[in-house]
Design a protein around this ligand. Structure first.
Ligand code: COI
Length: 358
């Protein structure tokens, strides 16, 4: 079923749009429209529509505002030199959105609807896809519980929304290494918790540790598993990779506590196809600390849709502080970043069939 369009009567003028597209930060500006669908327990998914981007009207008793009945996704649309617009592995996001929905007792949005909403919105907003280097149209699909009820139960009514933000890099300043604080006080997720779900609450709870790490001079937080307090899991909004001196690349295994990153999975594939040995296994904080100190760990990087591939130049915690390698982005980090972005921006052939034409 098609998305009907309710056009924005006051879209940005061409000059306003050009101004917004000329200097891009991450997630600050938005396009003129958003896609939307409504779900109810009785009727299922209905009312596929594109409407003007505008503040939402929500009853103050809506379940999202009290019990955080919310999940989201993040993916990007790229404008290639030939003028076509492509998204990166959107089916993977659609499927993860369904898994997150299941965990959070929200309705699963069918993959066809997820894909159709992206196609409809990006097609309509194609002039908003930026072309300056490292930029893209960041797409943010999300579900909110709109049930007007203060009892704690599965929402009976839900809205799906898709907004689009012409964006530059998540971290400004080029491929600049970030520093990470290995968190030994707070946890991101625990066994049986919501760690693998992309729910807003996981990200809200990462902000206090992030602030405390910031006070110590660190950019990002890396969490350990809640059960043993020894095994690396992920950062507040990114997965992590460790490159050993012998060229082996190690990344935490998906235990159900980690966000199952689309970028993470893509990087594993790219590294393997570049003949590197990639091992998904437990990495302890001791192995990381000792390895960085001895040089057995050559590189550490973080990855995600928003952050792409971000080098980690320094690590620290309550009991250590150590530069990674020479503190600069390492060759494996830079190469996989280049290979991935070459595919995404159409500078290299997409032999994987990852790019979906709008
Ligand atoms: C993304 O990388 O797209 C995310 O959703 C993470 C968010 C913290 C920006």
């Amino acid at each position: 079923e098609a998305f009907r369009v309710v056009a924005n009567p006051n879209p940005a003028t061409e000059a306003e749009r050009a101004e917004k597209l000329s200097s891009l930060k991450f997630g600050v500006n938005f396009t003129d429209h958003m896609a939307r669908m409504t779900w109810s327990m009785d009727e299922g998914w209905t009312d596929r529509r594109i409407e003007p981007y505008a503040p939402l009207q929500l009853d103050p008793a809506s379940s999202v505002l009290h019990y955080a009945s919310e999940i989201f996704e993040g993916l990007k649309a790229y404008k290639w030199a030939d003028g076509t617009i492509r998204t990166f592995r959107p089916q993977a996001n659609a499927e993860r959105f369904q898994r997150s929905a299941w965990r959070m007792a929200l309705p699963e949005l069918p993959t066809e609807d997820f894909m159709a909403s992206i196609r409809a919105l990006v097609e309509l907003e194609k002039d908003w896809v930026p072309t300056i280097p490292e930029s893209s149209l960041y797409l943010r699909p999300f579900l909110i519980g709109t049930d007007v009820f203060l009892g704690l139960r599965q929402p009976m009514t839900v809205d799906y929304l898709l907004i689009a933000s012409p964006s530059g890099p998540y971290f400004s300043g080029g491929v600049k290494p970030v520093s990470i604080w290995v968190e030994q006080e707070y946890h991101r997720a625990g066994p049986g918790g919501t760690g693998a779900a992309k729910c807003g609450g996981n990200y809200a709870s990462s902000l206090r540790p992030q602030i405390e790490a910031g006070k110590r001079g660190y950019d990002q937080v890396l969490y350990l598993d809640a059960k043993t307090d020894t095994v690396l899991e992920e950062l507040g909004g990114m997965n992590v990779f460790v490159v050993m001196k012998d060229g082996t690349v190690v990344t935490p295994v998906l235990t159900g506590n980690l966000l199952e990153g689309v970028t993470r999975a893509s990087i594993i594939q790219l590294l393997e196809d570049d003949h590197l040995k990639v091992v998904e296994r437990d990495i302890t904080i001791k192995e990381l600390r000792d390895g960085v100190a001895s040089g057995d760990v050559a590189e550490v990087f973080a990855c995600g849709t928003a952050a792409v591939v971000t080098p980690i130049g320094k690590m620290g915690s309550t009991d250590f502080e150590q530069q990674v390698g020479d503190g600069q982005p390492g060759p494996v980090t830079l190469k996989v970043r280049q290979t991935l972005t070459d595919i995404q921006y159409g500078r290299a052939e997409d032999t994987y069939g990852w790019m979906e034409t709008i």
